[in-house]
Design a protein. Structure first.
Ligand SMILES: Cc1cc2nc3c(=O)[nH]c(=O)nc-3n(C[C@H](O)[C@H](O)[C@H](O)COP(=O)(O)OP(=O)(O)OC[C@H]3O[C@@H](n4cnc5c(N)ncnc54)[C@H](O)[C@@H]3O)c2cc1C
Length: 499
């Protein structure tokens, strides 16, 4: 390894692993340190009593971006992972009806006509408008904002009219649909960013577009398999991943990063450091005071996504639910507003249920099935809940609403294995700043060049990857953050960038 540039990556989440795969392929000497005993971070597995759950991500969108990252690392994702394109993509449960959402236009139009007669006429105009918006906006998500000229490039300037400035996704969908429930089918995706559809910038109407255009995928064994495959690529490319190894702080000489000190006192010297630990956590815990460009006071002024209350249920039967289910609270807007104002509407919550067993028999023991339940709740900056007392109560109420809204009769009696994660645990056990599981909010004032930069400003040799930097907090954008930061790092160290 003599002569090779040394890189330490803190965190083996999707961001750190993407950077690791690419940098090892470019010949750098990469060490990834990960505090947990397995790779993946929030995109890791939760294995207990014979069941294997995904901790976090369950929707793989824009699969071609994942494929691109494997290709940039000299591998093919298909050699490691078995993908299934889901049909229908998901079922939406309203108070008095449901809608199966398909990525084939004909089937989607028919389903809209069945559930919301007349609204099927909005589908084509929506797809046409958002296809155009996507073509203008996506290049802005792919590039870095490390200099004035890259910022004010021609593609950025021509994209400005397509940002729908001053309009929310709900406003934008009003151009295509009239029924509020039909609009929800194309705007609830704001929740992927941990935001309210009534606040989320209209530009994000492209999320529903690319679901319909490109589909949603499941990976056999769960989406955590993606992280395991990425870790394997890092190792095969010659990198090393040190699990159960916590970084304590980044070491500096002046304002230049020179390595990382581990919790056991070991020092790993490096030419550059990549931080994948949750952004707020990294800024407050891993960078020395006086050096961190985002001290606590500045971080407190930022806006954050909501948090999530999670239930992972192993069952002794299979209720036959579709793969992805989104259940809207009867008072959906009231429920969403409450979450962002710091409250929990316990008797009328919105929730998401994933029945992986619908498409994958490998994740549960024979004859059994599993349900992954996600309830959006306030993050710990706005919410003052005492999770010790709220947890058992909320669990009971959510199970009762699952029984009622999804027809899961006798659900409680069929639970044979169970785990939960509360906002407090996201913060304390997973190092997620203020328990905001989807990181910094995606308001216009926290996007593109206004989001924390991939090459950290005011210091040298520190690069950020993951949901807290540009372009954002879903898997495809996190993969792009790993690629963008890897390119910047190579540019700074004079390492040729391979195609
Ligand atoms: C419940 C939930 C559901 C989600 N669903 C989806 C979905 O369906 N689709 C989608 O695209 N996205 C989804 N996301 C969003 C996002 O894709 C994931 O959260 C993703 O895992 C974030 O990746 P990351 O690289 O930013 O951070 P992380 O996955 O959190 O990785 C950071 C890593 O850094 C490690 N670390 C932290 N501090 C240290 C330290 N001091 N030393 C060493 N290691 C450290 C952590 O242990 C962790 O492994 C979801 C998120 C959550 C929480």
């Amino acid at each position: 390894m003599a002569g090779k540039k040394r890189i330490v990556i803190v965190g083996a989440g999707p961001g750190g692993l993407t950077a690791g795969m690419i940098l090892t392929h470019r010949g750098l000497d990469v060490t990834v340190v990960e505090r947990l005993e397995r790779p993946g971070g929030r995109n890791g597995p939760l294995v207990f009593d014979g069941f294997s759950f995904d901790i976090g991500p369950t929707f793989l969108m824009m699969k071609h971006i994942l494929d691109k990252m494997f290709a940039l690392a000299g591998h093919s994702s298909e050699d490691y992972l078995k993908f299934t394109r889901l049909s229908p993509m998901y079922r939406l449960h309203y108070e008095d009806r449901h809608l199966d959402v398909h990525d084939e236009d004909e089937r989607m139009r028919a389903e809209l006509a069945r559930a919301f007669p007349g609204e099927e006429r909005g589908l084509q105009p929506f797809m046409d408008r958002e296809r155009k918006r996507f073509a203008y906006l996506w290049p802005c998500f792919e590039k870095d904002y490390s200099s004035f000229t890259r910022y004010f490039s021609r593609d950025f300037i021509s994209a400005i009219p397509h940002f729908a400035i001053g309009r929310s996704v709900i406003d934008v969908l009003g151009d295509s649909f009239t029924d509020e429930r039909a609009k929800l089918a194309f705007t609830f995706q704001a929740k992927y960013l941990g935001m309210s559809p009534w606040v989320c910038p209209g530009a994000f109407a492209i999320i529903a577009f690319f679901e319909h255009e490109l589909g949603i995928y499941h990976v056999e064994g769960g989406l955590s398999r993606i992280s395991e495959a990425m870790a394997e690529v890092v190792r095969r490319n010659g990198g090393s991943i040190r699990l159960s190894t916590e970084a304590k702080r980044v070491l500096f000489k002046g304002r230049r990063a020179v390595g990382v000190e581990l919790a056991d006192g070991t020092r790993l010297m490096a030419d550059a450091v990549v931080l994948n630990a949750d952004f707020g956590h990294a800024m407050t815990r891993l960078l020395p005071k006086g050096v961190a460009p985002y001290p606590s006071a500045k971080l407190k002024r930022k806006k954050y996504s909501c948090s999530t209350f999670m239930l992972y249920l192993g069952l002794d039967k299979d209720y036959g639910l579709p793969h992805h289910n989104i259940v809207f609270a009867k008072g959906y807007q009231k429920n969403v507003d409450a979450v962002f104002e710091g409250g929990v509407t316990e008797d009328d919550v919105s929730f998401y249920v994933r029945n992986a067993s619908a498409s994958d028999r490998t994740v549960s023991p024979p004859g059994k099935s599993q349900l992954y339940v996600l309830v959006p709740v306030p993050n710990r900056m706005v919410g003052r809940q005492d999770w010790k007392t709220l947890t058992p109560r909320l669990r009971e109420k959510v199970l009762a609403q699952m029984e009622g809204r999804l027809g899961l009769k006798g659900l409680s009696e069929h639970i044979v294995a169970e785990r939960m994660i509360t906002p407090q645990q996201w913060e304390e056990d997973y190092n997620v700043f203020v328990g905001a599981t989807f990181n910094l909010a995606h308001s216009l004032d926290q996007m593109l060049s206004l989001r924390p930069h991939n090459r950290l400003e005011k210091v040298k040799g520190v690069y950020i990857v993951g949901g807290g930097t540009h372009p954002g907090s879903g898997l495809p954008t996190i993969y792009e953050s790993g690629r963008i930061s890897a390119d910047l790092l190579c540019e700074d160290l004079g390492v040729p960038v391979k195609g």
